[in-house]
Design a protein around this ligand. Structure first.
Ligand code: ARG
Length: 570
């Protein structure tokens, strides 16, 4: 329930000619505060009531004069402007928070998703390839969406759909057999593998038969070449071990790592369906599905040699997901350069007659650049995520050592703040917007940043600590102590938290939660600077502490939903 619902009820009680829905859709939020919290235009009523809208507005305002929930009501021309009673607002909103608390559920959480499973395919790293800064976005967007969905009662399945199959593995195996050694790879991990890969491409320029060799090795892997497969398994292990540290730092967990390799030989059924439906066409020896009717290039399903492609494995994997999880939605979070890929095979699924193809969702995002330069995996341009996060932690520690040298658990906090800053920055904008990464911006403690929000949380926590605040006691609050402008601004934000989270889920946009935490933090900082809390008169102090507590809880919750930790001290 929102304050607005009450306003609707009050208005409707005096407007028998309108339904609740009609009243609700008529209500406006005035742009200027001086016009009240809500405005109700009376033009539409003029016809049915056979009266001038000004007159209707004046009469309606008169009738609302005695309402408990309005402090002031004015008729301005054809409008009725309503000012909500501030004490009522405080008691209503904080009452809802307290009620949730009593019931042992987080304010804003819900059960709308109960019984529904959402499969989230994100991070989905490529084995033996650098886990670089470009993968940060899929990882943090996916993690945040999975937390948001869980908060709304959905069951989620987080899938790291490993890029662990394809001709490139023939190349790495050949390169390793020629120039690699095990100790080196064990010690330097993916960096060593990537170097082998880069070397392969260089040498293949001089020596093109290497490509043929790699192709043959890969084909032999599909036919069970144990020696090559053992190496492949070794590369998978090395890659997974290496990324696990990054996942730990980001606090990201997956339910499964079932990747492409699992699906390459599970495509019989899909080929059969495509064939039966007459969708498969021959083109230069390969098998394709024509999509010209849908204004897309043809979708290549099988290569000349009969081997599968990325897209084939994606279709097989989607079928598996439907069968295994019976998903309500299956979402794929990747850079927008893959948009056509997903559009194509979603279409193919539709043509195959899969009713659930409508539940496949591609969630694209824009590019990350560093000072305007595109980050590619080309030699010399790779920025490993691990290095980036470590640098964030180091830089944060430097800043913290200056700001608060006596902090006990400096390393832990520097990690939470440094990593949090990077994640926060990545989730600050609309997904599709390109992100430019600059340290000054990411680690600015005063801007719209992670550290700023975390700092606000620590500040609120410190106030509560000093006061010895216990949320279980002091439940009786004099809400009239929260009628000042700053408290009211906070209350309005508290009220919309559940809506923001729901919207973020609906639009698959974590930034809505990120921005919310900034707004709440800055409203709290204003309140904190303008109002004394600890030295206020007892009833006022009690009320302000309660509000502080609610803010702290919500900031922490909001940060959790975007995958950022909230240290109590910093
Ligand atoms: N491994 C792929 C890449 O790094 C992303 C996989 C996305 N998921 C999928 N089901 N295609 O580009």
């Amino acid at each position: 329930m929102y304050c607005k619902d009450y306003v609707v009820k009050e208005l409707a009680a005096h407007l028998p000619e309108l339904t609740l829905e009609e009243v609700e859709s008529g209500i406006e939020i005035p742009k200027e505060k001086s016009m009240g919290d809500y405005a109700f235009p009376c033009f539409r009523l003029a016809k049915t009531m056979h009266k001038a809208p000004q007159l209707i507005a004046a009469e309606l305002a008169q009738k609302l004069q005695n309402s408990d929930i309005v402090e002031k009501v004015e008729a301005v021309g054809p409008y009725v402007n309503l000012f909500l009673d501030k004490t009522w607002r405080a008691s209503f909103i904080l009452g809802q928070v307290q009620e949730a608390e009593k019931e042992g559920r987080a304010f804003g959480s819900s059960t709308v998703g109960e019984g529904k499973t959402v499969v989230l395919d994100y991070s989905s790293i490529n084995v033996a390839k650098p886990f670089h800064i470009g993968h940060l976005r899929t990882t943090v967007i996916g993690n945040s969406l999975s937390r948001i969905l869980q908060f709304l009662g959905y069951r989620t399945v987080s899938m790291n759909y490993l890029g662990d199959w394809g001709t490139q593995f023939g190349k790495i195996v050949v390169a390793f057999q020629k120039w690699g050694n095990r100790e080196e790879v064990e010690k330097r991990g993916v960096r060593a593998l990537n170097e082998l890969y880069v070397r392969f491409h260089k040498e293949a320029e001089e020596n093109p038969e290497l490509n043929e060799e790699a192709r043959e090795v890969f084909t032999s892997m599909e036919h069970g070449n144990e020696e090559a497969l053992a190496l492949w398994r070794f590369f998978v292990d090395v890659s997974l071990k290496e990324v696990s540290r990054v996942y730990e730092l980001l606090d990201v967990k997956f339910d499964t790592y079932l990747g492409e390799a699992y699906f390459w030989n599970k495509t019989d059924k899909l080929i059969q369906i495509l064939t039966e439906k007459g969708l498969l066409q021959e083109s230069e020896g390969a098998k394709i599905v024509d999509l010209s009717e849908d204004n897309m290039p043809p979708c290549l399903i099988l290569k000349k040699d009969g081997s599968t492609l990325y897209v084939t494995r994606d279709i097989a994997s989607a079928m598996y997901r439907k069968e295994t999880y019976d998903f309500y939605k299956c979402v794929y979070i990747t850079g927008m350069e893959q948009s056509l890929h997903f559009a194509q095979w979603f279409k193919v699924c539709e043509k195959m007659g899969f009713e659930w193809s409508k539940d496949l969702v591609h969630i694209p995002y824009g590019l990350v650049s560093l000072e305007g330069e595109k980050l590619s995996t080309r030699e010399g341009h790779v920025i490993y995520l691990q290095d980036l996060l470590n640098e964030a932690i180091d830089k944060t520690k430097e800043i913290m050592e200056e700001k608060n040298p006596d902090l006990d658990n400096m390393d832990e906090v520097a990690e939470q703040v440094g990593v949090g800053a990077v994640v926060f920055h990545d989730l600050f904008n609309n997904r599709i917007k390109n992100v430019t990464f600059s340290w000054d911006q990411v680690l600015n403690f005063d801007g719209e940043t992670g550290p700023y929000v975390q700092y606000t949380f620590a500040r609120a926590s410190s106030v509560l600590r000093k006061a010895g605040f216990d949320p279980a006691v002091d439940q009786e609050i004099d809400f009239s102590a929260l009628t000042d402008e700053y408290s009211q601004e906070i209350l309005k934000l508290v009220e919309v938290f559940p809506k923001r989270v729901e919207e973020a889920a609906q639009k698959w946009e974590p930034y809505m939660v990120t921005r919310y935490t900034v707004m709440l933090a800055s409203a709290f900082n204003k309140f904190y600077h303008e109002n004394s809390i600890l030295t206020a008169e007892e009833t006022v102090k009690k009320a302000r502490l309660r509000l502080t507590y609610v803010v702290a809880q919500l900031i922490k919750q909001g940060l959790y939903l975007i995958g950022v930790k909230a240290p109590e001290k910093m």
